[in-house]
Ligand binder design. Sequence first.
Ligand code: ADP
Ligand code: MG
Length: 683
Amino acid sequence: MDLMCDISNIKGVGEKTAKYLNKLGVYTFEDILLFFPRTYYLYPDIEPLDNNLVGKEVAIAAKINIPAKVIHGKKMDITSCTAYCCDNNIPLDLIWFRAPYIRSQLNVNETYIFVSKLLFEHNHFKMEMSKIFTVDQYISLKNGPQPVYHLTRGLNNNLVKKIINDVFKQINIDDNRLPEAVEENLQLMPYSRALFAYHFPKDYQQLIEARRRLAYEELFYFILNTRLSEKNTVSVENKLELKNDDCVEDIKSKLPFKLTVGQSEALEDIKNDIRSSYVTQRLIQGDVGSGKTMVAFLAMLDVISNGYQAVIMAPTEVLAVQHYETFIQYTKNFGLDYPVALFTGSMKASQRKKMQAIVDENDAVFIVGTHALISDKTNLRQVGLVVCDEQHRFGVAQREKLSKKGIDPHMIVMSATPIPRTLAMILYGNMHVSVIKELPANRLPVKTCVIKDNMRPNAYKFISDEISKGHQCYVICPLVEATETTEAENVIDFAKKLEDYFEGKYKIEYLHGKMKNDEKNDIMNSFADGKTDILVSTTVVEVGVNVVNATVIMIENANRFGLAQLHQLRGRVGRGADQSYCILMDSASDSKDSKRLEVMLKTNDGFEISREDLKLRGPGDFFGVRQSGEFSFKIADIYNDSQLLEIASKDVDELLKKDPDLNQSPMIKNALTRFIINQSYVL
Ligand code: ADP
Ligand code: MG
């Protein structure tokens, strides 16, 4: 069987299970092999029974001296026994529900390892439903980090593990994926081994090696893709005829604020670009809240006021709709006579038709949308400039699509991801770079605190006070545990809890990725219009959203986020002149995680945060924490793997020097195609 086989070809995967897997984006063998663990579980060290372990998940080596008892209750069977810790002979009460078979598994006077949360009740140590291992079993388990997968209702971790294992048994994976010299130089593990080890590592060292191989490969193909797309756009003649920039200069003088130095410089850079001899690409890098949208608007206006169309694309529909509203507002306020058209995936055919008519009838028009905008249904012409907000990869693919339609606009990518210049050059290819270094002068730094659950009432009181001042609040909840609850259920439950807590005093809404787009838009609009007091949301608001009146963001389980992501989330507040606040709820039992959060207290600077983050993280901390949404790498991390990134960049250059069109490297060409296809799943 091959990688494209439907997942239902695995024994034990019936229609139902297949449907659950589909929900997670898994359809084929390949999909599930690339369905990487979200994190790894490490079995705890074996320790002597002790008071200070109470409340923690522990492993205790113990023996029983009389067999376990089973009581056949009305509701269920209860199995119990007392074991004695091998280290200090302290008794440990053990109890299992609905598991009478355990009685025969436990031999008297044999040592077992019991793993569970340690309780202390009625003066006794106790464990409920503990897992049981022989010493040998435990030692081998303890060496190997155990994969933990994202789940959905109907699936459990063991089932996913079993399916993946079965897939590995059924297929032969071609290891021919990278130039041989490259694999040798870096001593990379063969692909198939790395893939297997990434799911089922023998030990920690092997996991690190597997990760290195897969991360390298991901970077290699990412860069290869970028380089090849660049080739298609090099030296296209600039056909725009831009007479003057009077309109932009006029509006600049009418703005309610003065542009920052960074904003002005970025705008000047773009103005020069679009008047140069060739079609250009530029990256505008500016921290969250630095005012990139205004730069985009003015740059687009420069093009539009000279009789061309200009496009801005956003990675989410929520953000596209917001840009649309903003642009409508701007044109109205500044008395500009140019229409604005919106294209999103969820639009009805009739709305789309209306928008298309606007585009067809006007040479000079602002066009806003998500990637659906360039779908074959939308006709664009005379596009002089395309701005891609917050999504680099998006930009590259779109550029190609447009180019195929015979449109070669100037491109701007706007990003808040703090990347050192050398890395930016690799990741963004041959783009020019402008950096907006400062935030607008009216901003107060967001005040941040890290609190534990016992301070929750104070946090709620604080939120309540801010609302009574007329402000609004975001509450962000990530997935809590790898249980069977989905993100959606999580926000719905939380919103309900808050409703109850505040006794219906506030208008509370929730938002999550699985909602229909128009539903999302309605909720977001109502929040933006100030009609909702508290918005409980997953990270769908992470990127770009601008609601100036929101002054508090409370982030649940903040310890589960990467710092870069927390920085993005915190950037949702402090976007106007009001003092804003960020409350980080720390649910970590590990003090290392709590220490990481402290970085957020020290600085509001994205660069500084990513540097500190890197210093604090050990090699194990790169599993499962998404650092930068923009590049959507499954495994690689642009900060941690910056060295690999530089090597991959050189290796790609070398390959392309020898074989510019990959005609002599069919297997690489093939792997590249698969890479592009698989990457788009992430969107
Ligand atoms: P980002 O760079 O994160 O995309 P936005 O463009 O959304 O930031 O801008 C955030 C807020 O700052 C908006 O409300 C915008 O109107 C405001 N803003 C932009 N430029 C300035 C400026 N020079 N002075 C004051 N406020 C500004
Ligand atoms: Mg933005």
